[in-house]
Design a protein around this ligand. Sequence first.
Ligand SMILES: Cc1ncc(COP(=O)(O)O)c(C=O)c1O
Length: 431
Amino acid sequence: MTSRQAERLLADTPAIADAHFRAEAEPYDPVSRPGGYLNLGTAENRLLWDLVGERLKGLGEFTEAAARYAPLHGTEVLRERIAALLSATFRGPLAAGEVVVISGATGALDALATVLCDPGETIVVPAPYYGAFDTDLAGRSGARLWPAPLPAAAGFRLTAGAVDRALTEAKRAGAVVRAVALSSPSNPMGEVTGPGTLAELLDVVRAHDVDLISDEIYAHAVFGPRAFTSALDPAVNREWAERTHVVWGFAKDFALPGWKAGVLCSHAPRVLAAARALAYFAPVSTVTQDLLAALLADPDWVRGFLAEGRRRLAEGWAHAAGQLDAHGIPYVPAEAGFSTWVDLRRWLPDPEAAHGPAGFAAEERLWRELLDAARVNILPGAVFHSPQPGWFRLCHTVGAPLVAEAVRRLAALPHAAAEREQPTTRIGDRP
Ligand SMILES: Cc1ncc(COP(=O)(O)O)c(C=O)c1O
């Protein structure tokens, strides 16, 4: 007999994981496996290993100290170096004592939800949102997520008004709301949250007396014209800093997803103390912490590396956008992150259903067709709680040849070919 807690975790979407591993098991290769899978469904940055790998060479030492227990919420030296990096990113002071190192941003989100919510309490999340929030924020903590739908007509852009409305509705329905959570920059849309929107959002969470969880794992992956602003930037957050908690990690900005090194930052002493207690259950190994501390030891290298990372992301996204344009596939322009939010509504097998309740079933059928016939894995909008069916997240950080081949295959699907003559629309072009 399994517990109700276990049942919550088992409610995850295994089909998505299956698609990932199926695609990874038989990957496309222009020479040896031209009919292989193209996995553009997973947000990994595969553009940086030459730089990271080179830097890591010679950094690791298998010393006795690295084999022993270290502080489970992060060694002093690693937390100091993370705090120095993020103080510059946040444009405000962050002390080593305000940093908790934990197993992945996933672990940081799980810890924050547990620290802020009792089982059954609610976190409001602007949607579309990073699909794993369902598991990370709710799977173990017992919190419930309440989506705040962002209008498709405005390119799914974040507005404080949409969050305000969802908070009001959730409370009216009897929910005990403890927090608002968002990824900023956003996954899947790749939107940078501007300082004005952030200030408005902070006014809303303050008016509703709830905490803000800002997942800033893509903080250094901004390649558009608008600069990143953290929710902990003192220029936008003077009055709610103790109720604002930021998640970051090495998975995206440093292209080390398999290292599972996440970071929780807060100015709230009790939140930090509780998060340190939870890090006991999900620490990062001492040897990994040592390597990360060594990676951050040279601020000049870090600055140069992050700048080159942004340059490669910009180049990769421009190439992906060019391919989509060339094949007449609409999308929301991205300014950050690893993904593009692509509009395949016109290709739903039953376009009539696109606006009705059957739309998501049609979207799932299209997803399976893309996977089985085109052998392209991109994730359907339902995974991200898209308010409208027919949208897919395409991760463009797998290298230009793979992106070009994937878009070519998408466009070669029969219903896509029939639409090819239509002009490309750019949805919700950002200012
Ligand atoms: C917004 C966001 N948060 C968290 C994570 C998970 O990070 P980690 O691998 O460090 O647990 C991801 C990974 O895709 C993400 O996109």
